[in-house]
Design a protein around this ligand. Structure first.
Ligand code: SF4
Length: 215
C-alpha cells in the first residue's frame, strides 16, 4: 500500500516550493537531512565566513561543527557571547558572507515567519549577508500566516523555552501555550514576515527537508 501521509507531505512540499519560487526565492527539496547537508556544504565556498542563526535544526545537522572543521569562521552566539545582545558574534552575523538559519514556519503561499528575543537572526535574514540559506524540516510547513503565528507562539516558542529551562523559566514552556507574557526576557520581541525575497540578499535559498527538524 502506498504511503498516503508521505504523498500528502509531498503535495504540500510542492505547493510550498512553487510559492517560494513565485516570491523570488530559490527552493529545493531534499528527501533526507544528509542530502541537505551535502548541498549546504556545496553552496558555501572555501574561505567564506558564516553567520549562524539561533537554530536547533543547524545543530541537529551538525553543520556548524563541519564548517569549523573545514576551516570556516563561524559567527555563533550560542558559543560566544550568548548572554550579550550586542555580542561581536551576533553583530558579525550581519556582515557574514553566508547566513545559515532555519525558520519558525513556512507557509504554503511561500512566506517565512520568524521571531527573536534579540533580533540578530531575523535581521540577518533580510539585510546584510549576500547569501541566506534557510534549512527547514517539513514540520515547519503550515497553511498560512495565521497557522504560522500559532505554530510560532504555541509550538516553537514553548519548546525553545524548555530547551532554555536551565537559564530561564517561560510561562509558555510551563503550559505549552503563549500567554503574551511581559517577561523582560521573552523570546518573541521582534517578529518578521518575509513575503518576498529580500533585495539585499543576492541569493535567498530555502532547503526543505523531508524529515522533522528543529522546533
Ligand atoms: S510571548 Fe511569552 S509566553 Fe508567549 S511565546 Fe513568547 S515568551 Fe512564550
Amino acid at each position: 500500500m502506498f504511503d498516503v501521509p508521505k504523498q500528502f507531505e509531498e503535495l504540500q512540499v510542492q505547493a510550498c516550493m512553487k510559492a517560494l519560487k513565485a516570491n523570488g526565492m530559490e527552493a529545493v527539496y531534499f528527501p533526507n537531512k544528509e542530502a541537505a547537508v551535502n548541498e549546504v556544504l556545496h553552496r558555501i565556498p572555501e574561505g567564506a565566513t558564516v553567520g549562524a542563526g539561533g537554530s536547533v535544526t543547524l545543530r541537529q545537522l551538525e553543520l556548524l561543527d563541519i564548517l569549523r572543521q573545514r576551516g570556516h569562521t563561524v559567527f555563533d552566539h550560542w558559543k560566544e557571547g550568548y548572554g550579550d545582545p550586542r555580542s561581536p558574534s551576533r553583530r558579525a552575523q550581519l556582515t557574514a558572507d553566508i547566513f545559515l538559519t532555519s525558520t519558525n514556519a513556512v507557509t504554503l503561499d511561500g512566506k517565512l515567519l520568524n521571531t527573536d528575543g534579540t533580533g540578530n537572526r531575523v535581521a540577518s535574514m533580510f539585510f546584510g549577508p549576500p547569501t541566506v540559506i534557510v534549512v527547514a524540516g517539513v514540520n515547519k510547513i503550515v497553511a498560512d500566516l495565521d497557522e504560522a503565528f500559532q505554530r510560532m507562539k504555541n509550538v516553537a516558542a514553548p519548546m525553545n523555552g524548555m530547551r532554555l529551562s536551565d537559564k530561564r523559566k517561560y510561562a509558555c514552556s510551563a503550559t505549552g501555550e503563549c500567554i503574551e507574557c511581559d517577561d523582560p526576557g521573552r523570546m518573541c520581541k521582534i517578529t518578521v514576515i518575509i513575503e518576498k525575497k529580500p533585495p539585499a540578499a543576492t541569493q535567498f535559498i530555502v532547503f526543505l527537508v523531508g524529515e522533522a527538524l528543529g522546533y
